[in-house]
Design a protein around this ligand. Sequence first.
Ligand SMILES: CC(C)(COP(=O)(O)OP(=O)(O)OC[C@H]1O[C@@H](n2cnc3c(N)ncnc32)[C@H](O)[C@@H]1O)[C@@H](O)C(=O)NCCC(=O)NCCS
Ligand SMILES: Nc1ncnc2c1ncn2[C@@H]1O[C@H](COP(=O)(O)OP(=O)(O)OP(=O)(O)O)[C@@H](O)[C@H]1O
Length: 195
Amino acid sequence: MIKIGITGGIGSGKSVVAQLLSVHRIPVYIADDESKKLTNTSPVIRERLIHLFGPDIYTPEGLNKPALAKAIFGNKDLLLQVNQIIHPEVNKHFLTWSEHQQQHGCAIESAILFESGFNQIVDVSLMVYAPLEIRIQRALQRDHSTEEALRKRIESQVSDEDKKLWADYIITNDGKQPLLPQVEKFLSQIFDNIR
Ligand SMILES: CC(C)(COP(=O)(O)OP(=O)(O)OC[C@H]1O[C@@H](n2cnc3c(N)ncnc32)[C@H](O)[C@@H]1O)[C@@H](O)C(=O)NCCC(=O)NCCS
Ligand SMILES: Nc1ncnc2c1ncn2[C@@H]1O[C@H](COP(=O)(O)OP(=O)(O)OP(=O)(O)O)[C@@H](O)[C@H]1O
């Protein structure tokens, strides 16, 4: 089975590309969603986050997400420490999930594929690229966030220039070039290359 890593900055259109892959019978593991579940279910993550931040990092409802976001976006040292707590668990969880998939390919969607090392557990990486200002506009329209908070997250991620260098394939989602033909071309390239 071919494992695909979908990446791209906030608002680039990863989720849209992930949906198009699903339509082509490629199941996609959404790292944001799964990591959120793991922060509430994994005793290892819970214990280590409490050790780092104190007990208030969890509320009776689960992880205190605004507090964690405030602590890590803008503080590279803490971001690295939190990543080192959460990402190995996500990595293991994705690999177990992928073993249960029945299709000829599966994928993981993560804005931080390269930062997290998930690129090392996939066979091909696919970057979804959109110009920064378009990404900011899309994300601001979608989320109840401020431009300042958004830019802090963007600054916590590797640049588009680096992602472009490291990715095996790039899909452009600038609102001008249609996505579906690019996704279909990508799929035919990877499956033809492997056959
Ligand atoms: C800090 C948290 C609680 C904030 O939750 P919130 O609901 O506000 O955001 P959400 O998880 O939906 O993430 C939104 C976007 O923020 C960016 N982001 C999230 N985590 C990170 C990170 N560690 N490094 C850089 N960018 C990140 C991504 O672009 C992501 O798509 C949450 O993002 C988190 O637990 N992050 C650490 C775990 C992680 O790395 N998750 C990303 C995939 S493994
Ligand atoms: N080509 C497009 N034209 C117009 N709107 C788009 C296009 N692509 C994506 N969008 C919209 O932009 C927003 C961001 O897209 P999407 O959620 O797929 O990005 P993402 O990369 O998954 O972002 P994040 O990392 O923040 O989750 C969504 O509201 C989506 O509907």
